[in-house]
Design a protein around this ligand. Structure first.
Ligand code: NAD
Length: 290
């Protein structure tokens, strides 16, 4: 049975690890916050005292870290102690170019690398229903598939190195833009005197329907339960959405893509974060976007 090392046991990582442990895999975990490691010891996590400890004797290393610089820093500290053929699967959301760079770095050391960011948030991590968008080689993807199936319900090899992060950037740019549009539709409805519940009933079953309405309606008391019903406690924070939009913007610029709505969404989230509302759920953009 393959031995797994898991680095980054925060909101997402801790939940993903639980599912691997429930499937009886041997997982050694590391986080700079030792408390996060200790919390998982009672359910079978093995504790790595430092990063070198995790790199010994593991076949697969999964990283779930805040950003690309941290992922590269972690990789640099363990790269010399990894056995050739070790697979590193990074599920953090990071810059597309950084992901390509890390693929190359690993290839030069005869290591396998996948960029495998996820969609589905903390709920998906908890329930094992994440979607993995994967960039890299087929061999590495085949090795990781059983683990993606434990931590998630969908996974797709999107293409060459960086394709997973590129797919995630497209998805989250669209999500940010649709959420802002949903907020505008409900504001207009309110100003026209419509009952928001009736508006929801039609929007969620008509041509305007989308995930931002159907599953995450940003209006309190309307539609299924969502952060709007809980004072916009995240969920997925506006800070993280801004990070993802900044990645998308960099990709837009480097590819000369025309995406004025995506740019506009980033400006709106920048403003929200600047006004110290970054810790709210991203769907709160519909309240402050004016
Ligand atoms: P988080 O901040 O809760 O967890 C990150 C963890 O990394 C923390 O526990 C932190 O202590 C640890 N860490 C930081 N530097 C480290 C280092 N040098 N070595 C070891 N551990 C280190 O973040 P999260 O919400 O779990 O998100 C993780 C990644 O997943 C991010 O890239 C995020 O964009 C992405 N993501 C998050 C969500 C979500 O809903 N939270 C959804 C999809 C993707």
């Amino acid at each position: 049975m393959k031995k797994i090392g898991f680095i980054g046991l925060g909101n997402m990582g801790a939940r993903m690890v639980k599912n691997l442990l429930n499937a009886n895999y041997e997982v050694t975990g590391y986080d700079i916050n030792e408390e996060f490691v200790n919390q998982l010891l009672p359910i079978g996590l093995k504790k790595a005292s430092d990063l070198n400890d995790i790199s010994k004797d593991t076949d697969i290393i999964i990283t779930m870290l805040p950003n690309g610089e941290i992922v590269e820093g972690v990789l640099d500290s363990i790269i010399d102690s990894l056995r050739p053929g070790t697979l590193i699967s990074d599920s953090s959301t990071i810059d597309v170019d950084k992901a390509k760079h890390l693929h190359k770095k690993c290839e030069d050391r005869k290591l396998l690398f996948l960029d495998a960011p996820v969609s589905g948030g903390v709920g998906g991590a908890e329930d094992g229903t994440l979607t993995f968008m994967v960039g890299g080689g087929e061999d590495a993807y085949e090795i990781m598939l059983p683990f993606f199936q434990i931590m998630g319900k969908n996974s797709l090899l999107c293409g060459s190195p960086g394709s997973g992060q590129a797919t995630k950037a497209c998805n989250n740019m669209l999500l940010a833009t649709t959420m802002i549009g949903v907020g505008e539709a409900f504001s207009l409805g309110q100003n026209l005197g419509l009952d928001p519940e009736k508006l929801f009933e039609i929007l969620s079953t008509s041509t305007g329907s989308c995930w931002a309405i159907n599953s995450y309606c940003p209006v309190k008391g309307v539609g299924p339960s969502s952060p709007a019903d809980n004072d916009f406690k995240p969920g997925f924070s506006a800070d993280l959405m801004l990070k993802d939009l900044t990645i998308a913007l960099k990709a837009i610029e480097s590819t000369n893509t025309s995406a004025p709505f995506g740019k506009n969404s980033q400006e709106n989230f920048k403003r929200m974060v600047k006004e110290n509302r970054g810790s709210l759920d991203f769907s709160a953009i519909t309240k402050f976007n004016n």
